[in-house]
Design a protein around this ligand. Structure first.
Ligand code: G16
Length: 550
């Protein structure tokens, strides 16, 4: 039985000491905090990724260095399991334990315990593919990660600077290479080719849509979108904005999907560019979230968020499934979180099974796997569509009885190729939305009118310790601090169609408050008051009240 390479581990771990007094937690999307504090975390994640691969018989594990929608000084890292999905939950606990071992010796002891308890055969190979976004702290953190690979003897492939969804794609493509489930060629070019050729097949013979404005959040999505645009050629013209990936401080600053969703505003940089009626969309910092928007003829801003994308896409897929003669055999379902607008949930639940789960694509992904076709989107624009292996098989082998059925079936098969089923993917989702808009001859206006959003407000409250906030019922209710939920309930009762909930963020050091009601003023008022309750309960930062709330 092989042993841990103690000498290499000790020597390299000593180069990456854990800062005292800092606690790291594998949260909603991995470790995420100030990039300047993450050197030791990266080294240890490198070692852990190697062990995860050994545990899974040498399958390739993914490591993505990104802090997605967070501001530029933050960075983060998340692990990707062999099928391209998020790391198995039990290993998140191991990641947190290893990251917090105070010394090299404690780290090695924690590693030995993990190897023993998880029964990891150290003689197995370890394979990892890794990438980073465009953050300035990325290169140094990647160097620490590589030391981790070296320490445990990983055969590592550097996918350089690319988007989170491309990294997820690569993991799945590498692990399925040469099998009957081959996902695509294992390169960024393979990804571009797969998506663009499926898109071209789907829109063949249709009138090309007018150009689409893409806000790239000054992040890595700018590079990927530029490449994709070349692959798409005339089938879809993309006009890229906010592509300043090397300008300090520009990333996610007053642009990008999170800015648009949270502030419910057009990025200021697009104000003089977007014409009434024109479609535009925003990616986030690592291009895994997508939000659409348009201005009406009075110049008013309208947002088409993850809920609207889910409604558009789910209805289209149901139509195709019925059209293919498979309506009785294939069940389409939708997965949302508590942030889903109440109007969207009503619209969808009147037509399809809908499940509500906790925040984090990892939760939505697993819930969506229970449907034959699972459409999952967070309101923040993070989501995708999953086709179960049985459904994919059925689509590939079903014998249609009419030409119309054959056409619908062909479209479904092409959708399985267009959609990045490993994780939410802004570029793949963008192409999916464009396909539906082309088929339906919808502009943003028709799409928007599927249902009318209840006015809502999402605010952040900065508190000394967000961990005192604990939730239940898919994060819709607080169980701690005691008594706070009752106070929220009393407040909510005073608002027509009022709904509000509070939960600690897993990616930022804040507590999030969501509220909706029948008017904008009421939703803002409810959010403000609930934020006030949270602040009073937790002793929030006075310098940030109330400007930070609204
Ligand atoms: C990550 C997760 C998302 C989640 C978001 C916000 O997104 O992948 O599923 O909705 O964080 O999470 P929280 O409210 O816990 O901060 P991203 O795009 O930042 O990776």
């Amino acid at each position: 039985m092989a042993e841990l390479p103690l000498e290499a581990l000790r020597k390299l771990s000593d180069l990456h000491p854990k800062p005292a007094n800092l606690h790291f937690q594998y949260g909603t999307a991995g470790f995420r905090t100030l990039g300047s504090t993450m050197d030791s975390v990266m080294f240890r994640v490198g070692v852990l990724a190697g062990l995860r691969s050994k545990k899974l018989d040498g399958k390739t594990i993914g490591v993505m260095v990104t802090a997605s929608h967070n501001p530029e000084p933050d960075n983060g890292v998340k692990l990707v399991d062999p099928r391209g999905e998020m790391l198995e939950a039990s290993w998140e606990v191991h990641a947190t334990t290893l990251a917090n071992a105070p010394t090299t010796e404690a780290f090695i002891e924690a590693l030995s315990t993990l190897v023993k308890n998880a029964k990891i055969d150290l003689s197995k190979p370890a394979r990892v593919v890794y990438a980073r976004d465009t953050r300035p702290s990325g290169p140094a953190l990647v160097a620490a990660l590589e030391d981790g690979f070296k320490a445990i003897g990983v055969s590592a492939r550097n996918a350089e600077v690319t988007t989170t969804p491309v990294l997820h794609y690569l993991v799945k493509a590498i692990n399925t290479k040469g099998t009957k489930d081959e996902y695509g060629e294992d390169s960024e070019e393979g990804y571009m080719e797969k998506l663009s050729s499926a898109f071209k097949k789907l829109v063949a013979g249709k009138v090309s849509p007018p150009p689409l404005i893409v806000d790239c959040a000054n992040g890595v999505g700018a590079r990927a979108a530029a490449k994709l645009s070349d692959y798409l050629g005339d089938s879809l013209k993309l006009i890229l904005h906010n592509t300043a990936t090397t300008t300090p401080g520009a990333l996610n600053n007053a642009c990008g999907a999170d800015f648009v969703k949270t502030s419910q505003k057009i990025p200021p940089s697009l104000v003089s560019i977007l014409k009434p009626g024109q479609r535009a969309c925003s990616l986030d910092g690592d291009a895994d979230r997508l939000i659409y928007f348009y201005l009406d003829d009075r110049g008013l801003f309208h947002m088409l968020d993850g809920d609207k994308i889910a409604a558009l896409v789910a209805a289209f897929i149901v139509e195709l499934v019925k059209g293919a003669g498979l309506g009785e055999e294939i069940q389409v379902g939708v997965v949302q979180t508590a942030y889903a607008n109440g109007a969207s949930t009503k619209y969808l639940a009147d037509r399809l099974p809908v499940t509500c789960v906790s925040t984090g694509v990892k939760h939505l992904h697993h819930a969506a796997e229970r449907y034959d076709i699972g459409v999952y989107f967070e309101a923040n624009g993070h989501g995708t569509v999953l086709f179960s292996p049985e459904t994919t098989e059925k689509l590939n082998t079903h014998q249609p009885s009419t030409p119309a059925q054959s056409t619908a079936l062909g479209h479904l098969v092409n959708l399985t190729r267009l959609i990045n089923q490993t994780v939410g993917d802004a570029l793949s989702d963008m192409l999916l939305v464009e396909v539906v808009l082309v088929y339906k001859s919808y502009s943003g206006i028709e799409w928007d009118s599927l249902y009318h959003d209840l006015p809502n407000r999402l605010v952040k409250v900065v508190v000394p310790d967000r961990n005192i906030f604990k939730t239940e019922d898919a994060e819709r209710r607080l169980i701690s601090p005691p008594g706070l939920q009752q106070k929220i309930d009393e407040l909510v009762r005073r608002y027509e169609f009022g709904r509000a909930f509070v939960r600690p963020s897993g990616t930022e050091d804040v507590v999030r408050v969501y509220a909706e009601a029948t008017s904008r003023a009421q939703a803002d008022d409810l959010a403000y008051r609930v934020a006030g309750l949270v602040y009073d309960e937790a002793g929030g930062d006075t310098s940030r009240r109330p400007a930070e709330f609204l």
